[in-house]
Design a protein around this ligand. Structure first.
Ligand SMILES: Cc1cc2nc3c(=O)[nH]c(=O)nc-3n(C[C@H](O)[C@H](O)[C@H](O)COP(=O)(O)OP(=O)(O)OC[C@H]3O[C@@H](n4cnc5c(N)ncnc54)[C@H](O)[C@@H]3O)c2cc1C
Length: 383
């Protein structure tokens, strides 16, 4: 089956659905493809920075006026393996809302704008044809579907689709595993709690309906032999942080909310383009500890939708489309990534495990964490 579109966006997470939404609002026939069914749980701390909230509002998603009320957070509490604690206030109010709910809201907006969302369909190939067209191959059950479009956007997250040529050389060698589960029975006040443990960290923060999000990023080599389930992995992490173990013991995992992602390779540099533009984690995987992945996903979607729109309208050539988006994305995210990597390195340095020595480093780190890794003051919304 062959289908035609102006733009095909691959991956219907936050980056893909917001890009598709903006392209449809510009009047383009836009198809958004995802291999999963929605709504779905996603490995994420579900901590939403003030910048993320602002960009969502710009896209017409006002989180505070929905049926589901997000939680609010105003400080970070960092808990070291040996029990030492540091607190750092946020410069603005952060929100907590599950990706199940957030991505559902974005899909609603995308459909209202005219996007065709095709779920449970896996993209297996993307080819650039001679005539400035792309062909996207996808598999839906037993059926093969081919799409022809002038623009393709890669929003497929951390794992590139099989058969897609992307260098992959710009990612770190260390292999991480990310896990997430919602818990009931853990009453988290208006804060995100970051527990450091052997090989990584575990965040505990409030989301909607009085639930807590428990999300971890751990080096694969430190969880070997722990068992494969999310519960096994969190239990292994708890062995090197007694306060985390006690916190998790207060609650019960909510069935059906456990998800994991592996292998995760953090980025060395942003990769905005291969044969087509990338947005979100497909462009840049920032350390979740301090970065703001959802904010980057939204920001890259704003940049990409703008450049892609010009190309589709015939106001820019293919070469101009590529160079404008690549230049803007590199300029926007390179410094941010560098700072976030520095923080991640500091947090993972062996000496940092030794409390109270760590206390001397962490007060600085705590405020660095919340300030240095926020996107720069230049506000894309007003560009
Ligand atoms: C442990 C952990 C904690 C995090 N915590 C936070 C946090 O608290 N706050 C924050 O802002 N960020 C956090 N992040 C980062 C954040 O989750 C990501 O940056 C964000 O989800 C990126 O969105 P995306 O749309 O690029 O990717 P995703 O949300 O991963 O969406 C990609 C989509 O592409 C689909 N897909 C993949 N391959 C194919 C294919 N071949 N065909 C069709 N569809 C495909 C997938 O099914 C998926 O739905 C965290 C990340 C991790 C790992």
């Amino acid at each position: 089956m062959l289908k035609l579109a102006d733009a095909v966006v691959i991956g219907a997470g936050i980056a893909g659905s917001s890009t598709a939404l903006q392209l449809a609002r510009q009047g383009f026939l836009t198809v958004l493809i995802d291999r999963q069914g929605f709504p779905r749980h996603k490995t994420c701390g579900e901590f939403m920075s003030p910048e993320t909230k602002e960009m969502l509002e710009y896209l017409g998603v006002d989180l505070l006026s929905q049926e589901v009320t997000p939680s609010r957070m105003n400080k970070a509490r960092i808990i070291m393996p040996h029990g030492g604690e540091i607190e750092a206030p946020f410069p603005g109010e952060a929100l907590g809302i599950s990706r199940y709910e957030l991505d559902r809201l974005l899909h609603q907006k995308a459909v209202a704008a005219g996007v065709e969302i095709v779920t449970q369909t896996t993209v297996t190939g993307i080819h650039k044809l001679d005539s400035n067209q792309y062909e996207v191959e996808a598999k839906q059950g037993d059926q093969q579907i081919r799409y022809r479009a002038r623009a393709v956007i890669g929003a497929y997250g951390t794992k590139k689709p099989r058969g897609v040529k992307v260098s992959g050389v710009n990612r770190e060698d260390t292999v991480y595993v990310g896990v997430k589960s919602h818990y009931s029975g853990i009453a988290v006040p208006s804060q995100v709690e970051l527990y450091f443990c052997d090989g990584g960290y575990v965040g505990v923060s409030p989301v909607e309906k009085g639930l807590a999000n428990v999300a971890a990023l751990l080096a694969l080599n430190t969880i070997r032999g722990s068992g494969k389930s999310v519960a096994d992995i969190l239990s292994k992490a708890s062995r090197t942080n007694a306060k985390l173990a006690a916190r998790l013991n207060e609650g019960t995992p909510v069935p059906g909310t456990q998800v994991s992602v592996a292998p995760v390779h953090l980025s060395d540099v942003p990769e905005p383009w291969s044969e087509f533009p990338h947005v979100g984690d497909a462009m840049l995987m920032i350390p979740p500890l301090c970065g703001d992945g959802m904010s980057i996903a939204l920001r890259s979607s704003l940049l990409c939708a703008d450049s892609t729109g010009k190309y589709l309208k015939g106001e820019a050539s293919f070469a101009e489309w590529q160079s404008e988006y690549s230049k803007n994305a590199e300029c926007e995210f390179t410094q941010l990534l560098r700072r976030a990597r520095r923080v991640q390195k500091l947090a993972f340095a062996k000496t940092n495990r030794l409390y109270p020595g760590i206390a001397r480093i962490f007060p600085g780190l705590a405020s660095y964490l919340v300030k240095a890794t926020r996107l720069s003051e230049t506000d894309i919304l007003h560009k």
